[in-house]
Each structure stands twice: as C-alpha cells, then as structure tokens.
Design a protein around this ligand. Structure first.
Ligand code: DX5
Ligand code: ZN
Length: 223
C-alpha cells in the first residue's frame, strides 16, 4: 500500500486567516488541501466557489482536492479547474450522466473523483470504477464539519477496496467525515489511503501542527 494521504479540510479553518491556516497545514506536513463546495441545495449549507479556490491556489503548492456538493456540477467544472483545482470530486447522487461528467473533468486536465453518501450503495460505482482517479466515501452526511463518524460505512469501504483491487485500479480510496485518531485505525484496516480531516486538524487544542502530528502518528502506527 502506498503512503497514506492526509488532506485537511478548510471547512474547519478560520476564514479570517485562511491563507495562514493553509500555510500552517503545509508546513505541518499535510499532503493535499481538501476544499468543500456546498450550494445550499444538494446539502443544507453553503460555503464557497471558484473565487476562494483561486485564493487557496495562491496560498499553497499542495494539490487542491475539491469536493463538489452541488447540483449540476457539470456547469461549474471549468471554473473550478481554471481556479486551480487538482482533483474534482462529484457526487453520484448529483450526476445522471456520470460517465460524461468524469470525462469532462479529465478533459480539463484534472483528476476525477466520484463520491457517494452514506446511504448510497457501492454498486452505484460499478460501471464507473475503472475510469475514476479517486473514490471518496462519505463517512458522515455531507454538509457540516465536526459530525460523528458513521460506523456502518465500514463494510462499504471494504467492498470498494476489493472492487478497486479486483480491476487493478490505482485510484485513491478516500474518506471524509469524522476522521480522528480514534477512527483512523479501522479506516486503514478497511483499505483507505486518503483521509480528509477537518476538526481533528483545525480544532486540535494545541493547534494545526499538533492536529496533523497526532493523525500522522496514528497513520504510521497502523501501516
Ligand atoms: C462534510 C465535508 C467534510 C468536513 C469534514 O460535508 O465534506 O470535508 O469538512 O469535517 P470533519 O473532519 O470535522 O468531520
Ligand atoms: Zn469534503
């Protein structure tokens, strides 16, 4: 297994000092920055658009892992790619023409990810799996940081790991929601290799560096 990727989610950052928080993540050893885009329709919260992604792009040289929790994501792909996204992940629940959407993302020169909500079964990915660069399993219902990990998602993660291995896919298997030092070991055992973490990084009582260091230690212990 390749070395695990840690992707702090800026949703839990202090937006009055977003550049500094992102720089602290990079200096602390983050691998990617995860950026949550919400439209108030697909999920019951609104966050940010290409303008902020472009600002993140100027704040870091790390890959920007952009998670689109929006309806009709196909209309916004080019704007996010131009803003500097390195990965664009769309929800199967928002994409009736998922195959086309994945092709559109890759044609923009960006890695294409697909994600599914906790109640959406792994089988929804079957036909698209060979084409994607990343699979993101939501381990909370999307919309907010700081929610509890939904343990019932673990068998689905194992199922997707097996499906990726069976077709010889190199796609990252990423999880998002409730990732912490407590939930990491089970997630690693299930075959996850990329971890989004919001509160565990930005709300650590001793700061961002301590948050990253704590998670990295658990990742190293469970390799
Ligand atoms: C939730 C977002 C997550 C969120 C995770 O809808 O997609 O990326 O920031 O936050 P934590 O790690 O605090 O659960
Ligand atoms: Zn996310």
């Amino acid at each position: 297994m390749r070395s695990p990727v840690l992707a702090p989610s800026i949703l839990s950052a202090d937006f009055t000092r977003l550049g500094e928080d992102i720089a602290a993540c990079q200096a602390g050893g983050a691998d990617w920055m995860h950026v949550d885009v919400m439209d108030g329709h697909f999920v019951p919260n609104m966050t940010l658009g290409p303008l902020i992604v472009e600002a993140c792009r100027r704040a870091t040289s790390l890959p920007l892992d952009v998670h689109l929790m929006i309806e009709k994501p196909e209309n916004m792909l080019e704007a996010f790619a131009k803003a500097g996204a390195d990965r664009l992940t769309v929800h199967v629940e928002t994409c009736p023409h998922l195959h086309r959407t994945i092709q559109q993302i890759q044609a923009l020169g960006v890695k294409a990810g697909v994600t599914l909500n906790p109640a959406t079964p792994a089988i929804m990915l079957k036909e698209i799996l060979p084409l994607v660069d990343l699979v993101l399993v939501m381990t909370v219902n999307p919309g907010f940081g700081g929610q509890n990990f939904i343990v019932e998602t673990l068998p689905k993660i194992v199922e997707i790991r097996q499906a990726l291995d069976a077709i010889g896919s190199n796609a990252w298997l990423e999880v998002d929601g409730g990732v912490s030092e407590k939930t990491l070991p089970a997630l690693m055992k299930a075959g996850v290799d990329a971890f989004v973490a919001g509160n565990a990084v930005f709300k650590h009582p001793n700061g961002i560096h301590a948050g990253i260091k704590t998670l990295r230690a658990v990742l190293a212990d469970n390799l």
